[in-house]
Design a protein around this ligand. Structure first.
Ligand code: 5GP
Ligand code: ZN
Length: 115
C-alpha cells in the first residue's frame, strides 16, 4: 500500500474512522466532513488511485462498490427517500483523495446540476 494514502491507513486501522462495514474487499466509513446528513464513503481495500486508473481486472470490485453502497443505503434507512452516489475523478472532478471511493449522500434533496 502507498505509505501516504489516508484511505489505505483507514482500511488497515492505522487511522481512526467510524466504520460501518468491512469485509475482505471493501470498507465503508463516515466522511469526516459531511456534505449531507448522511455522507458515507465506500472504498476498495486494495489501492486503486481513481476510476480512470481502474482496469478490466477491477470489474468485480467496481461492481461490489456499487452494490455495497446500495446495501448500506438500505441499512441506513435512506433508500426509500433516495440518495446520490458520486465518484469524483481527477482535478476538475474535484477528487482530493487519490484512493478510489464512492460517496453515498442522502438525508436532503440533492441539487442538479451539481456544483
Ligand atoms: P473526494 O474529494 O476525493 O471525492 O473526497 C474525499 C473525501 O474524503 C472528502 O469528502 C473528505 O471529507 C473525506 N476525507 C478526507 N480525509 C478523511 C479522513 O481522514 N477520514 C474520513 N473519514 N474522511 C476523510
Ligand atoms: Zn490507498
Amino acid at each position: 500500500m502507498p505509505q501516504d494514502c489516508i484511505f489505505c491507513k483507514i482500511v488497515a486501522g492505522d487511522i481512526k474512522a467510524t466504520k460501518l462495514y468491512q469485509d475482505e474487499s471493501v470498507t465503508v466509513f463516515k466522511d469526516i466532513n459531511p456534505q449531507a446528513p448522511t455522507h458515507i464513503l465506500v472504498i476498495p481495500n486494495q489501492h486503486i488511485e481513481a476510476i480512470s486508473e481502474a482496469s478490466p481486472e477491477d470489474q468485480v470490485i467496481l461492481g461490489k462498490l456499487m452494490l455495497t453502497a446500495a446495501h448500506i443505503a438500505r441499512e441506513e434507512s435512506v433508500a426509500d427517500n433516495g440518495y446520490r452516489l458520486v465518484v469524483n475523478n481527477g482535478r476538475d472532478g474535484g477528487q482530493t483523495v487519490f484512493h478510489l471511493h464512492v460517496h453515498l449522500l442522502a438525508g436532503r434533496p440533492m441539487r442538479w446540476p451539481p456544483g
